[in-house]
Design a protein around this ligand. Structure first.
Ligand code: AMP
Length: 333
């Protein structure tokens, strides 16, 4: 059963049965999902679930839930995601739990941030599993709207951070960051969070969002969480699901190149041309991987620098087959 179908069933059942407002829609969603698809808990354990997680599909309900929490004196944290959750996402949820009282996780595959030839239609969707994981983490609300809910017909208003949006991923993904900042500002308006949690994995996204928050005086603190990696160094990503065993091995070249740059920097090299040349050389060992960019720049402006320094961002993007992977390190960390 598709995620949309689960949600539809939940809302249909809810309106038919007139469930009391704060009853866990998730329990119902999972009951429906599991009954029809026989999905079991991903860990296979029967951990008692300590509290209910509400699955909400409308802006009005989500806004009301966030406001009720704030009225009760709770700090609201939001974790925006596109679902297909992994440990990277869950690390953000744990940070949000530790630093807020009421945690809203959003799951929305945002069409606005995908280019016409990108992977919107095949982007991995694992809604039922995501809900199970989030309930285990103790998320209070999962906001999983439809595209129509987020972008009703006639929506023509966008948020764009000039300049930054056209650097790094913005070069090969024109319009991507405009889609990100538009949806994130909408999510901030809907959830009205005290804090919002993002991963350093998407370093350019972090820079763009921080600038948007600053420029538009948004009253939210941006918390950036470290990159979570697989044991072999591959940065976790929902898109890793596209990789077969060979591609998965080839994809390790990104973290290897970053490591090489980092080690040279630790050894005292500051010349960006030499540092980048060493990283690029690493890519020559994987001719099937197409380097999109390898850059050393300022983490706030995303502009390239000539001399590497502590705190500089080394960012990389590359295509393994048709799968685009990104990764980065901060020098001196
Ligand atoms: P996505 O679902 O890809 O839009 O990601 C949602 C959030 O999770 C973003 O803030 C990402 O930066 C963050 N994230 C994704 N992968 C990782 C990772 N490996 N480590 C830390 N955060 C991550």
């Amino acid at each position: 059963m598709s995620a949309a179908s689960v949600r539809w069933q939940v809302f249909r059942r809810r309106s038919l049965l007139r469930l009391e407002p704060r009853r866990s829609e998730l329990s119902l969603a999972l009951a429906l999902g599991m009954a029809m698809t026989n999905v079991s808990s991903p860990t296979g354990t029967a951990d008692p679930i300590s509290k209910h997680t509400q699955v909400l599909g409308t802006i009005a309900e989500t806004r009301a839930a966030g406001r009720a929490a704030r009225r009760a004196g709770q700090r609201v944290g939001v974790v925006p995601t596109m679902g297909a959750l992994h440990e990277g996402h869950l690390s953000l949820v744990r940070a949000a739990k530790a630093q807020s009282d009421f945690v809203i996780v959003t799951i929305f595959v945002n069409p606005l941030q995908f280019g016409p030839k990108e992977d919107l239609s095949k982007y991995p969707r694992t809604f039922e599993r995501d809900c199970t994981l989030l309930e285990k983490e103790g998320a209070d609300v999962i906001f999983a709207p439809s595209v129509e809910e987020m972008y009703p017909g006639g929506a023509v208003t966008y948020v764009k951070v000039e300049g930054l949006s056209d650097r790094l991923d913005g070069v090969s993904r024109p319009g991507h960051f405009r889609g990100v900042t538009t949806v994130v500002s909408k999510l901030f308006h809907i959830t009205e969070p005290d804090r919002a949690f993002f991963g350093q994995k998407d370093a350019a996204q972090v820079a763009v969002i921080k600038r948007m928050v600053r420029d538009l005086d948004m009253s939210v603190e941006i918390v950036v969480c470290p990159i979570v990696r697989e044991v072999d160094g591959l940065a976790m990503s929902s898109r890793n699901a596209y990789l077969n065993a060979t591609a998965r091995r080839q994809g390790l070249v990104l973290s290897r190149a970053l490591k090489r740059v980092e080690e040279m920097f630790r050894g005292g090299e500051r010349d960006v041309r030499l540092l980048l040349a060493a990283g690029e050389e690493e890519f020559r060992s994987e001719p099937d991987v197409r380097l999109d960019y390898l850059s050393i720049g300022d983490p706030d402006t995303l502009e390239p620098v000539e001399q590497a320094r502590h705190g500089a961002l080394v960012a990389v993007a590359a295509y393994v087959g048709t799968t685009r992977l990104i990764d980065n390190v901060i020098l001196g960390d």
